[in-house]
Design a protein around this ligand. Structure first.
Ligand code: TXA
Ligand code: MG
Length: 339
């Protein structure tokens, strides 16, 4: 069983001896290992139950550490780093041979970022190695934004959780690939795409191909079902009123639509005024509470498609994928959108 700690030197010594440590970042908690230690990295995949075609992000404490991880840092990367690091932006750049292929799932590029969290930065500095870390949850499940969330999912399998309180941003980093001519958005996240485009110009968008298996997607990580609660999840488009299914115990995940309040067994209001940053910060914790409430279904409002809304809609779509037809519960009107 794992232990909680706030002792950064202890957590750093765990990393240095090849052990895993869950640690806070501004986005979500990460499950960290020394990125240069192949066996420690392999243990991450084992503990998470994660397929090895899905690469890990490498975290560093300062830009000077960059060349322990990548071979090239082009001008556009420098501009993005100057503007957004430390912060929720991951850049995919050509990897050094010292970084095991397992970290990048055999790809020539490695994802790298400097997290904007004092505890994460102190840990990375003291460990003095690049740290590979996916979100600290079982593969495909809801990402953790508190130390308690980490313990719920992985407590039996990891030795130590560095507790830094709740995560400020609440959704994972935005992933941009700089491996081809044009910067490409691989995953929307905590750094709004519009802000990035002010630096890069229009981003290419890598879109998942529904005809392909998850392992054959143009970019890894484009898994159709992910971030998933156990309770079936249904989505309602922006502007439509959410209604519970007749005869079912339904929960509502709402960004602040005042009209959709009646008949739900449990309501999680992400923000009182629809603010997307507040919604993102509360999103995964609220989804977990609804999932733990023993409901028949969760109905979630989609978000406007800008700023952090892009990342939230991506998480919602993938959390809902595979929920399928609600055989038992027929929607009472056309307000329910089947993903
Ligand atoms: O905010 C975050 O990014 C958190 C914290 C802990 O830093 N980490 C995180 O890691 O979300 P994870 O493993 O849950 O998601 C990593 C995703 C992969 O699924 C993939 O989409 C993308 O980042 N990625 C990582 N390395 C890549 C690479 N070399 N090439 C392409 N995509 C990559
Ligand atoms: Mg994850």
């Amino acid at each position: 069983m794992c232990r909680f700690t706030t002792n950064i030197p202890e957590a750093a010594s765990f990393l240095q001896t090849g052990l895993l440590v869950a640690f806070p970042t501004e986005t979500v908690y990460g499950l960290g290992a020394d990125a240069q230690n192949c066996q420690a990295v392999a243990r991450i995949f084992e503990v998470k139950g994660r397929p090895t075609f899905d690469p890990l992000i490498v975290h560093i404490a300062a830009a000077e550490q960059m060349f322990q991880v990548v071979t090239d840092f082009p001008k556009i990367a420098m501009e993005l780093a100057a503007r957004f690091w430390p912060g929720p932006l991951t850049l995919v750049l050509p990897k050094r041979p010292e970084i095991p292929d397992l970290v990048t799932a055999g790809l020539p590029g490695v994802g790298i970022r400097i997290p904007d969290h004092p505890v994460a930065l102190a840990l990375l500095k003291q460990a003095n190695c690049p740290v590979a870390a996916p979100s600290a949850n079982k593969f495909g499940r809801i990402s953790p934004t508190t130390a308690e969330h980490v313990a719920e999912g992985l407590g039996e399998e990891i030795p130590l959780i560095l507790d830094g309180g709740p995560c400020r941003v609440g959704v994972e980093s935005t992933v941009i690939s700089l491996m081809s001519e044009r910067p490409t958005l691989l995953r929307p996240g905590g750094c709004p795409a519009e802000e990035i485009e002010k630096v890069t110009g229009p981003l290419e968008r890598a879109t998942p191909n529904p005809a392909l298996e998850d392992s054959a997607q143009p970019a890894p990580g484009m898994l159709s079902r992910h971030y998933a609660p156990r309770t079936p999840l249904w989505l309602v488009p922006v502007g439509k009123v959410a209604e519970p299914f007749p005869g079912a115990r339904c929960g509502l995940l709402s960004a602040g639509d005042q009209r959709s309040r009646t008949g739900f067994s449990q309501i999680e209001l992400l923000s009182s005024d629809g603010d997307l940053r507040t919604s993102a910060a509360n999103f995964f914790a609220a989804l977990r509470r609804l999932d733990a409430a023993g409901l028949d279904a969760i109905i979630a409002h989609q978000f406007p498609n800008f700023g952090l809304g892009l990342a939230l809609n991506d998480r919602l779509r993938r959390a809902a994928a595979g929920s399928g037809e609600p055989v038992k519960f027929q929607p009472s009107q056309d307000s329910i959108f089947v993903p």
